[in-house]
Ligand binder design. Structure first.
Ligand SMILES: [Zn+2]
Ligand SMILES: [Zn+2]
Length: 122
């Protein structure tokens, strides 16, 4: 993608130089109506190619995809999977589930708030 943009920008610049060079030259062909239209078309097309490729490149450079939020262990700060229930590095309990109703409960809850079951100590 990047190489394509550079080539596009270079082609556009070449068209610009061609148009300006043809305009400045004393070739009789560049003094006819058709020659002038060709020069204007080459100039505009080259200009658009340079602009579009230059802005596309800068846009791509600016929009660096934000890294997804990586959950970390609250104790050892190591990266963990969101569905881990216990940290594999330091054995911290990350999520607890009620053994009776299987809903998620807080790590320091003593009783399940959903069904009232006594929870085993962490
Ligand atoms: Zn940990
Ligand atoms: Zn429960």
């Amino acid at each position: 993608m990047k190489a394509n943009r550079v080539i596009g920008a270079l082609l556009g610049a070449a068209l610009l130089f061609f148009a300006v060079g043809a305009y400045l030259s004393n070739e009789p062909a560049s003094k006819t109506d058709q020659g002038r239209i060709m020069i204007i078309v080459a100039f505009v097309f080259g200009f658009l190619m340079v602009i579009s490729n230059a802005t596309a490149g800068s846009k791509a450079a600016k929009s660096i995809p934000a890294s997804p939020v990586q959950p970390v262990c609250p104790t050892c700060k190591k990266p963990i999977q969101a569905d881990y229930q216990v940290c594999p590095y330091c054995a911290t309990t990350l999520q607890r589930h009620c053994p009776s109703c299987h809903k998620e409960v807080g790590p320091d809850f003593k009783v399940c708030p959903y069904c009232g079951t006594n929870l085993p100590n962490a």
